[in-house]
Write a protein that binds this ligand. Sequence first.
Ligand code: 2DT
Length: 212
Amino acid sequence: MACKRGALIVLEGVDKAGKTTQCKRLVDALLAGGRPAEIMRFPDRTTTIGKMISAYLERKSDLEDHAVHLLFSANRWELVPLMKEKLEQGITLVVDRYAFSGVAFTSAKPGFCLDWCMKPDVGLPKPDLVMFLQLSPADAALRGQFGDERYETKVFQKAVQQKFEHLMMDRSVNWQVIDASQNIEDVHNNITTHSLNAINVAQNRPLGELWK
Ligand code: 2DT
């Protein structure tokens, strides 16, 4: 019998919600439980496209807003063959940001609608589970200053949060909202429970296509 596929698990949320920490904790917990798992993050700044995105985020270069949106999407598409290969090998992928960040961040800019922003990512591997780490702006502020990269301002993050809320109304995606104001351990346990469920369900189902 062919090996059972891994699950595609995505963590999303506004800045300071603890996504990166929780992705690492989740992968460690899955590995400790004997389940193959790997971490991925978008943007993946190591590829040629990713380096262009990184320079843009660090304000070392300027790119037109539509163009950079398409680069973020291209950065996901270029990794699709690798993602599929890993999932087929039974490896669960824990992904720090995905197309939802792509849509939420660009559509928070003036002159963009959700519909246009979603188009380039239609057909990407569909996550089996998307956890949104929910954190109020007040709680985020308690976790320290924002960094110096593009988008790291209170006003923009608030607009992004509203766009995520729109995206979460889409019932075709398995969204779970996680209260990220709890302590790291409680958030981790919550995330692990949802992930184990998703891994069990995913192994008997084909990988879907996002927004199709
Ligand atoms: P971090 O590397 O700190 O997560 O910040 N972004 C991300 C977009 O605008 N579009 C996308 O498609 C993705 C994946 C969110 C990366 C910054 O890039 C933004 C914050």
